[in-house]
Design a binder for this molecule. Sequence first.
Ligand SMILES: CC(C)(COP(=O)(O)OP(=O)(O)OC[C@H]1O[C@@H](n2cnc3c(N)ncnc32)[C@H](O)[C@@H]1OP(=O)(O)O)[C@@H](O)C(=O)NCCC(=O)NCCS
Length: 176
Amino acid sequence: MLPSGFETERLSLRPIAPNDAPAIFAGYAQEPEVVRYLTWRPHQSLVDTEAYIARCLAASPARARTYVLVGRTDSRLIGAFDLRRPEPHRLEFGYVLAQPFWGRGLMTETLTEVARWALATPDIWRIGAVCDVDNLASARVMEKAGLAREGTLRRWLVHPNLSLEPRDCFSYALAH
Ligand SMILES: CC(C)(COP(=O)(O)OP(=O)(O)OC[C@H]1O[C@@H](n2cnc3c(N)ncnc32)[C@H](O)[C@@H]1OP(=O)(O)O)[C@@H](O)C(=O)NCCC(=O)NCCS
């Protein structure tokens, strides 16, 4: 079972819930700027966000969990962190933050805590993710959280807001 939450200095991560849809839609899911390097297009309406949450909740919490990031003091929902365990020994993740909160170290803080937990957990040997080669902010977050760039995966993912052709991605991981 993946954890039911995480705590960092400024944020709490808790499992996504159906009534998070309005905050996610209004906060970031419909922003072209935010989803530029993601695998999905901006949500057009609340219905898209509700369908996304339903897909998150359909996953087995042993294998995949989506958490929302909320401020510890104001409980405001400002982003999401997706954690997957495709095999028992390794984790994959993805993350997104509402634009007004970029550049304050919040995702570095989040990933640092999740990665710390991962490598302190018996049987987990690796945590990693990929990002578009042009997504410099995401690459930097992973570097600051201690992950190493392992290489470039050619034509790895389609990022439909950039191009319909699959794009090159950097692979990052922390392992022991
Ligand atoms: C990627 C993202 C989560 C980063 O979150 P954040 O909380 O702003 O990140 P942090 O503040 O912890 O760190 C960002 C780092 O990237 C750097 N950075 C930001 N934009 C950059 C750019 N265009 N070029 C180079 N570096 C950049 C910042 O300067 C900072 O590094 P520094 O502390 O050395 O100065 C956020 O930008 C986001 O949600 N983007 C849209 C969704 C997305 O792309 N998710 C990742 C998919 S792989």
